[in-house]
Design a protein around this ligand. Sequence first.
Ligand SMILES: [Ca+2]
Length: 353
Amino acid sequence: MNQSWLFASGAIFATLLAIATHVALHSPISPLPLPVPSYLHYPSNNLLQDVEKLGEGRLKEPEDLCFDGEGMLYTVTRDGWIERMHRNGSWEHWVLVGGPSLLGIATSLTGAILVCDAQKGLLKVRNEEVTILASQVTNGTRIRFADEAIETSDGTIYFTDASSKFGFENWILDFLEARPNGRLLKYDPSTKATSEVLPDVYFANGVAVSEGEDYLVVCETWRMRCLKHWLKGEENGKTEVFVDDLPGYPDNINLAPDGSFWISLVQIKLAAFGLISRSPIAKRILASFPALVQMVKPRGAMVVNVGADGKIRRYFDDSDGKVISFVTSAVEFEGNLFLGSLDSNFIGKLLLK
Ligand SMILES: [Ca+2]
């Protein structure tokens, strides 16, 4: 009896030692506790299940989209294409940039299209020619995870570098680490230099400029909040919280025609995730086993409309992702909301009532 007990406890000790050694050697993260969203005030309405599917089957995980002055829709796909949809609804393979990491897309006032390629940096596409505007910052650091960009009327481009530690392919690890690895950047067209505006952002994601260009809003994803950074006036250069306690992790943000903002919220709901996310040790163990990391997947979708006062005015969701999930972008155009997603093969179109 004693001998078998000794054997069993020895085996358990050896197993625990092996796991601890594996975690110590292989865990790629140095995590902090991660806040988890509260859905108390947002019962599911599943209104996103009413979307019409545009370009279904053709668009591989279109993360973001934009419209040009003529009403042409542009989006980026995981097979490296910039695709565009004409007013008559026909699609065109427009420009092949290549690679799996095209994310934010925006129009420039000069008629060019701006694209964030997570790996290459900030790109400009004009007359079907692709130019890299920025791949590093003046302090010498490389842009590792270019995410979303917006241009102001003087030609300055604000854009985000979501994480300087993990690339797009490992964004889940940045999520588990939950440290301020991201930053907001600024490209100056007169000097062609890129500088840091806001360092230490907990995953710097979407960025949008207010109607009067007096401030910008940047999404701080792992903190479930967006920051307001003043560009004009007495508060110029200062940063404050624009909206917090969001019911999800904010991805891209876009200005609506009425001066409010549409923000897509990534939904990550796992059994026991609340417990895991609050425990750095549990996250460290999880991150050291790639098969377990694969289990952390966004499911369901939600977008919110936030007024210029930072208050949520309305929201739409698809709680289980029955029709659309992992919505990353919401753009209002001519009375409809257009939705990009990293888990669909179409752009969603929802009539706004
Ligand atoms: Ca994004």
